[in-house]
Design a protein around this ligand. Structure first.
Ligand SMILES: [Zn+2]
Length: 179
């Protein structure tokens, strides 16, 4: 290899990394403002400790998702949400529920008669507070969402009673144009 070619090669390696770094920036940007709305996280990007969860969630979101808390009824920001769109996990961004399956249960919490995809949620027997209930968590991050009861409307007869604070709402593109 001639000296000139060798020098060119030496120069082009750091240049390539500079170029690659520059290209990464637009993807990295949303991660810095993850407090309220979270992009869908890959499993390897999920927080690995409660301290890390505390960094990306608001204290209220943390209380619901990680401490299995329940928001006071009729206080949730998504209770009255009527636009069409998708409800995602406030912890990891997984799409969980659709506006198509939302109904007014009168209980004071956002209610759905089914998840978008049964694999997206996990159901766990919950014996807390002297009751036998079925807890609903996001399959990917284990975040507590709420409970599912067998007194919902047709076609499933189920009522997924979900905390607003555990969800983010992503309106359909067409809804954005309308508003
Ligand atoms: Zn999640």
């Amino acid at each position: 290899m001639g000296m000139k070619k060798y020098l060119l090669l030496l120069l082009s390696v750091p240049l390539y990394f500079l170029w690659a770094e520059g290209r990464k920036e637009p993807e990295m940007a949303p991660k810095q403002e993850m407090t309220a709305k979270v992009q869908e996280l890959d499993p390897e990007d999920l927080p690995k400790s409660e301290a890390e969860w505390k960094k990306i969630l608001t204290p209220d979101q943390y209380y619901i998702l990680r401490r299995k808390g329940t928001e006071r009824p009729f206080t949730g920001k998504l209770l009255k949400e009527k636009r069409s769109g998708v409800y995602t996990c406030a912890g990891c961004g997984t799409p969980l529920f659709s506006s198509e399956h939302k109904f007014d249960s009168g209980t004071g919490w956002p209610s759905f008669y089914q998840p978008i995809n049964p694999e997206a949620v996990k159901e766990i027997r919950d014996f807390s507070h002297g009751m036998v209930r079925t807890e609903v968590v996001t399959a990917k991050c284990g975040g507590h969402l709420g409970h599912v009861f067998a007194d919902g409307p047709r076609p499933t007869g189920l009522r997924y009673c979900i905390n607003s604070l555990a969800l983010n709402f992503v309106p359909d593109e067409s809804e954005n144009e309308k508003n």
